[in-house]
Every structure is written in structure tokens, then in C-alpha cells.
Design a binder for this molecule. Structure first.
Ligand SMILES: *Cc1c(COP(=O)(O)O)cnc(C)c1O
Length: 390
């Protein structure tokens, strides 16, 4: 039976070490912060290549805490994409700010920097002729202060941070990298998570580096931001435990999860290599089979962490036929993401409409993701590709 993501195969490989680490933490009696968390943070900083790692309770908390550290709130606008997981834009709204959506590139699925440039100018001028803006009650749009950008590394592929960071610098915007899906990915020698002022990742079990529950981390080189984030993680704590100098949250990573992540980090590079193998085999086999599907485009000098292997069919009917052929053979597939965020009910108050972001909308009709994990043997990939033909 082919699994979409095979966490049991991974567990079989590391079972002794995970159980030993869990027991060690249980016996230590230290469940909140402490040596396991400190040790993991030091190892993550070394891996990602940032001065600081602030571990936290989830990828969503990583985004919310980062926005809080940047002082983002009501009246602020933050640019992000509609073709992503809910949390990327939800975090913006959670702190009371307004998401300004920007369409994605049809090949990389990441933010379209030309569209981002148009969006920044459209908001500055309060004119939506060249870029759709939220349809807010009279005057509200003109009051918004542009503050920053959350770029997403979709399916594991880092976005174009050279261009994004340059645009942000020109307009005095901050950049947050949503690296929830791209931990381990690279642009040249720089790791995902280290490609902008702040990087946020998730350790949800199905992500490239997952724990056995919820978890996340924030990466930065900025000493001041790191200190703020550590305070926000514990209710805005000051130098003393019962001194609260700002508002914060309960945003800590559990010590048990930290001890498990340390074991998983030991095998992570090998798993990343295996993910490259799986993606390479898929692309070769799909192209050799002459299937009418567009395989993932990985630009030069970049490495995807392959959170997902996502292909694009000609249209919704062709996709449904392909998925049905696979389902007949018991092979699972998923659609990430069928409904872009600007059309979700949660964002209805922003007044976006169908047609505002045509690339994201079209991708929602065309894409589907195939089983992807480091323990998927080449023979099964050949079987999956054969099944797609029907
Ligand atoms: C998973 C994910 C998140 C949120 O992570 P959680 O740990 O589930 O809160 C944020 N952004 C993207 C792009 C994600 O895929």
C-alpha cells in the first residue's frame, strides 16, 4: 500500500533513538524550555546559518510572533500570496492587519515579483487599475500603512529573495520568509529560513522536518528581534519572570518535541537526498511516459526541500481523470490548494472577487500532489506513473 507520506517507515528507522530521547526527557522532569530546547536551537542555527533560532509552538505562531515583533497591527498592510496554506495570510489578520494579496508565478508557484511591484505601487497610490486591492469601505484603503511582505516557499522551493529583498529595501518594508514547507531547501548556499530578515518554519509532522505534534521555529540574525521574540514567546516577559513588558503569547516548543527533533535532524540530510531522488525519478518517468502533465520547475542554483511533488494537468477534467486512475489502484493524491485564500469565507470582508488572481485560481483547478517522502522506492514511483496513464 503506497502512503502519501510514510511516517511509519521513518519511525521504524529511528525508533530506538526517539524512544530513548523521549524517555530521557520524561525522566528529566524538565518539560518547558531547558537543555533539550536550548540544544535544538543551537543545532538549528548551525544548520540554517542564522545567528539566532527561537523555537516555538507551531509555524502559525512563528508567523504571528514575527508580526508582533515587527509591531504589526490594525491599520497595517502586509503583502502575501493567495496560493498557500491558510496560515500565511491568517497570521496577518490575527494581529489585526490587512493582507494584500499578490498572484503567484505559474511555473514556480511562488510570489510573482512583477505583480508584487505593481501591488506596492497600487496601494501607495490607492489605485487598483493595475493591481486588485481589497474593496474596503470608503476611505479605509487610503488609511492602510504598507509594512511588509510574507513570501512563501511553496512546496519546498524558496521564492526569489534577491528580488523580493531589493524591492522591500526600496519601499522600507520588512520581509518574512514563510519557510514552513522549505526547511532544508537552498538558494545557492543559503538555506531556506535564512533568506530574509526573519524566517519562519513549521515542524508539523508532515513537513520536511516534522516532530510528533505541533512545533515551529523562527530564524534571524538580528539581536534585537531575537530578544523581542524570546520575550513574546513567554507573555512578553521582561528580565524577571513576573515582569511583563509587552503583550505576548504562550508560544514555546515542548521539550519532548525538541528531543525528538534532534534525532530527526541527524538523519535529515540523508532524507533530503532521498527526496531529491524521488523528485528526479518522478520527473524522468512522467516525461518518458509522455503524460500531458507539467512537472515542477526548479530554477538554477536552487534546491527544493520537496515538501510536495506537485504536477499541473491541462484542466480540471484532465486532473480528475488522472486522480481517478490513481485512486483505482489505491494510490492517494492531494490537491494543494483547491481554493485560493482571497476567495475563502474568512477573508470575505476584504471584498476580493473571482478573477482577481487568475494564476492562483487556475492552479487551484489544475494542480495535484503525488505521494512524496524519503522512503518511496523507485519501483513504486514507476508504478504510480504507470497507474496515472490508466
Ligand atoms: C504548514 C504551514 C504553515 C503553518 O504551520 P503550522 O505548524 O501548521 O502552524 C504556515 N505556512 C505554510 C506555507 C504552511 O505550509
Amino acid at each position: 500500500m503506497i502512503q502519501f507520506i510514510d511516517l511509519k517507515a521513518q519511525y521504524a528507522r529511528i525508533q530506538d533513538k526517539v524512544e530513548e530521547a523521549t524517555l530521557r526527557t520524561l525522566r528529566s522532569g524538565q518539560f518547558i524550555m531547558g537543555p533539550e530546547v536550548n540544544d535544538l536551537e543551537a543545532r538549528l542555527s548551525a544548520y540554517v546559518g542564522t545567528k539566532h533560532t527561537i523555537s516555538c509552538a507551531s509555524g502559525t505562531d512563528a508567523l504571528v510572533m514575527s508580526l508582533m515583533a515587527k509591531g504589526v497591527g490594525p491599520g497595517d498592510a502586509v503583502f502575501t500570496v493567495p496560493f498557500t496554506f491558510m496560515a500565511s495570510a491568517e497570521a496577518i489578520a490575527t494581529v489585526g492587519a490587512t493582507p494584500i494579496f499578490v498572484d503567484v508565478d505559474p511555473l514556480t508557484f511562488n510570489i510573482d515579483v512583477a505583480a508584487l511591484t505593481r501591488a506596492v505601487e497600487a496601494l501607495a497610490q490607492g489605485d487598483d487599475a493595475d493591481h486588485p486591492l481589497p474593496r474596503l469601505p470608503d476611505g479605509a484603503l487610503g488609511q492602510l500603512r504598507p509594512r511588509g511582505i510574507i513570501a512563501v516557499d511553496l512546496f519546498g522551493l524558496p521564492a526569489d529573495y534577491e528580488a523580493i529583498n531589493a524591492l522591500a529595501a526600496k519601499h522600507d518594508l520588512f520581509v518574512i520568509e514563510d519557510a514552513a514547507q522549505s526547511f532544508g531547501g537552498r538558494r545557492d548556499n543559503a538555506r531556506a529560513g535564512a533568506l530574509a530578515e526573519i524566517g519562519c518554519t513549521s515542524f508539523f509532522p508532515a513537513k520536511p522536518l516534522g516532530c510528533y505534534g505541533d512545533g515551529g521555529a523562527i530564524f534571524t540574525d538580528d539581536d534585537g528581534l531575537a530578544e523581542l521574540l524570546r520575550s513574546i514567546r513567554v507573555h512578553g516577559q521582561g528580565s524577571d519572570k513576573y515582569e511583563n513588558v509587552r503583550l505576548g503569547i504562550t508560544g514555546r516548543l515542548d521539550a519532548i518535541q525538541a528531543s525528538i527533533l534532534k534525532v530527526k535532524l541527524d538523519i535529515f540530510d540523508d532524507e533530503l537526498d532521498q527526496r531529491q531522488r524521488v523528485a528526479g525519478t518522478y520527473t524522468r518517468e512522467i516525461e518518458a511516459a509522455g503524460l500531458d502533465l507539467i512537472t515542477p520547475a526548479i530554477p538554477d542554483r536552487q534546491l527544493s526541500a520537496w515538501a510536495q511533488y506537485t504536477v499541473k494537468a491541462k484542466d480540471a477534467e484532465a486532473r480528475a481523470a488522472c486522480q481517478a486512475n490513481l485512486a483505482d489502484k489505491g494510490i492517494p493524491t492531494m490537491i494543494y490548494y483547491p481554493k485560493p485564500l482571497h476567495l475563502q469565507g474568512a477573508f470575505a470582508p476584504l471584498g476580493y472577487r473571482s478573477g482577481d488572481f487568475p494564476v492562483s485560481e487556475q492552479l487551484g483547478d489544475q494542480v495535484f500532489s503525488l505521494p512524496m517522502h524519503p522512503y518511496l522506492p523507485d519501483e513504486q514511483i514507476v508504478e504510480i506513473v504507470a497507474a496515472m496513464k490508466g
